[in-house]
Design a protein around this ligand. Structure first.
Ligand code: ZN
Ligand code: ZN
Length: 250
């Protein structure tokens, strides 16, 4: 199994001989709007040409439809017949861009010997911002004889996520860890503290921090997260913070 960090939560996940692209955003740096009024997003370029990012892709999974998870570049460049999975409610908006093979995952499905389970998320730690930011999902990927991967998505850490971690016991947990904030929202994804809490909750798991150093409303950098981890006794062996373009093998 291989996971390549691309940018934000765009990842290339190689599993069971298939290549899955998550949350595709393919526009160049500054291709989408400001979130915090600091700089247009994303604040960094893709590590490789966009055409290379989508080469050989078998499936696309979109956690939710925010612009920094599915952008106009992806809408334009991805093959219209590529299989796409999403959360229920997002399928029509995706199809409106000409995509013909869009399947919402209500709970769980089997695709090419990979069991994919949708998980819930909360896109803020309070009801006001949760309502503004809308429904989000994560996904668990399970294949015989391969590590179980839990991609938590744009969620803060709360009881249901803790419950998934302790009951499913994923070997690999992908967290969105930039501590993004909007006005008085508080963190709308995990911050350093919550990411460390995930590490402590699952000491046997590898935690991969993604969705970091890509957006103007992020409050936690890779460097700050690493320092916070060291202070809390979390090793660089357990908490992986890949750079854009970096490949992790499991
Ligand atoms: Zn979002
Ligand atoms: Zn996000």
């Amino acid at each position: 199994m291989q996971i390549q960090q691309i940018r934000n939560s765009t990842l290339r996940l190689s599993i069971a001989g298939k290549l899955i692209l998550t949350d595709p955003i393919l526009l160049p740096r500054h291709g989408i709007e400001f979130f915090a009024g600091i700089e247009k997003n994303p604040i960094v370029d893709l590590p490789f040409p966009a055409a290379d990012m989508i080469k050989d892709i078998d499936l696309v999974i979109i956690s939710h439809l925010h612009q920094n998870h599915f952008d106009n570049g992806a809408k334009k460049m991805l093959p219209k017949n590529i299989p796409m999975f999403c959360q229920p409610g997002d399928e029509n908006a995706i199809k409106e861009n000409g995509f013909s093979d869009v399947t919402p995952i209500e709970h769980q499905l089997e695709w090419e010997n990979i069991q994919i389970t949708r998980t819930p998320g909360r896109h803020a730690g309070n009801e006001k911002w949760e309502a503004i930011l809308g429904k989000v999902s994560g996904f668990i990927f399970k294949v015989d004889n391969e590590p179980i991967v839990y991609w938590a998505g744009d969620t803060v850490l709360y009881d249901e996520i803790k419950n998934i971690i302790t009951t499913v016991k994923p070997d690999i947990i992908l967290t969105h860890s930039c501590g993004a904030m909007l006005q008085d929202s508080g963190p709308i994804v995990m911050d350093a503290e919550q990411t460390i809490a995930v590490c402590k909750l699952a000491p046997e798991a590898k935690v991969i921090a993604t969705h970091i150093d890509a957006l103007d409303h992020g409050t936690v950098s890779r460097e700050a997260l690493r320092i916070h981890a060291q202070k809390n006794g979390i090793s660089s062996d357990q908490l992986l913070i890949p750079d854009d373009g970096q490949i992790l093998n499991f």
